[in-house]
Design a protein around this ligand. Structure first.
Ligand SMILES: Nc1ncnc2c1ncn2[C@@H]1O[C@H](COP(=O)(O)OP(=O)(O)OP(=O)(O)O)[C@@H](O)[C@H]1O
Ligand SMILES: [Mg+2]
Length: 327
């Protein structure tokens, strides 16, 4: 599912855009500079660099590399300043990564800001070589984080052009601040015909549209390996947060092996560690994985979860909920 063309403003990125614009003017004034912009899938890297491109044009700085470009290219003979955006290193062919890593030996080109963007997964040696090469050459690193809750709600309101009622507001919160998931939640509700005006705004007033959201969100996850997705789907039965040793018992794998697989989910930003617990960072991802389980499989997993949690000393009420869902 492609992203819809954006006909709403860039929300919640004033500080990030400001920082990049400062780097742009510093770099293009003289010595040049390189920025590595990293962030989870759908966090808004492309939207942010597109805004930077617009800013560059206003400043008379040449936007030198078109979409899909993999080369920095020689500086213009007339000494003009330029912005070179090279997106999505994680998807590049090996030879292009190698060439970009080699280019770092020449150092940062004068009067140029190079912006390299990437998702943290898949992990690839070629990407690591590019990033470490340019780090030695003085690259700055910017980690693009998810939007704060208020900005996520503002984004949803900007898309719909109305204030959110309580049900929709709750659904938007499950996106965990990932703008692509915010867009998916809101457009799924709209496309499913679930929205209606309510006092002071707009809200989801019919049931059943969450399945549409979940289906869209499942389609966003195919960048993760099947093995990782399968393990996360089992974890989704345990809840928004779960203890890793419990997950290992339910899937019947040794704990170190489970951790090895979970490392990718951690790197991707799908889950985060809280001591020996892991937490899904976007509720909507957990719901999507849970909704993608076949009913039989889901019941079987709830039955195993009930036994596992009972043996581990979980409260009776928690065990009972799993037993209920195992039926
Ligand atoms: N700050 C923002 N304000 C408004 N809309 C946003 C913002 N950030 C992202 N979006 C919207 O969220 C969706 C995903 O954004 P975008 O494509 O920029 O993310 P990305 O990080 O480049 O994704 P990918 O990992 O697929 O490259 C798009 O529909 C975009 O319009
Ligand atoms: Mg992108």
């Amino acid at each position: 599912m492609p992203d819809p063309g954006r006909d709403w403003p860039l929300v919640g990125r004033a500080a990030e855009l400001d920082d990049l614009e400062t780097l742009l003017t510093d770099a293009t004034d003289a010595a040049g500079g390189v920025v590595v912009l990293e962030g989870e899938a759908g966090v808004g890297r492309t939207s942010l660099v597109d805004a930077l491109r617009s800013g560059a044009r206003l400043l008379g700085i040449e936007d030198a590399a078109g979409p899909g470009s993999t080369r920095i290219g020689p500086p213009p003979a007339d000494g003009r300043a330029r912005l070179v955006v090279l997106e999505d290193l994680q998807d590049w062919p090996d030879d292009a990564l190698e060439a970009l890593a080699d280019a770092a030996r020449e150092g940062v080109p004068a009067r140029t800001l190079v912006v390299l963007t990437l998702r943290p997964v898949p992990h690839r040696d070629g990407v690591v070589r590019v990033v470490s090469g340019w780090t030695r050459a003085g690259a700055q690193h910017v980690e693009l984080r998810t939007l704060p809750a208020a900005a996520a709600a503002e984004l949803a309101e900007a898309i719909l052009g109305a204030s959110l009622g309580p049900s929709l507001r709750g659904a938007v919160a499950t996106a965990g601040g990932n703008p692509r998931f915010v867009v998916d939640v809101v457009t799924a509700a709209r496309d499913a015909g679930a929205l209606a005006p309510v006092e002071g705004g707009i809200d989801a007033v019919v049931l059943g549209w969450r399945a549409v959201v979940e289906q869209r969100v499942r389609g966003r996850l195919d960048y993760l390996d099947d093995e990782v997705l399968a393990l996360l789907a089992v974890a989704s039965v345990l809840g928004v947060s779960f203890v890793v040793v419990d997950l290992a018992v339910v899937v019947g794998q040794p704990v170190p092996e489970v951790w090895r697989t979970l490392r990718h989910a951690l790197a991707a930003g799908v889950v985060q560690a809280r001591g020996d617990r892991l937490v899904f960072r976007h509720d909507v991802v957990r719901a999507a994985l849970y909704g993608g389980l076949a009913p039989d499989e889901r019941r079987g997993l709830h039955a195993r979860a009930a036994t596992t949690l009972r043996d581990a000393g979980a409260p009776q009420a928690v065990v009972a909920t799993h037993l209920e869902r195992a039926r």
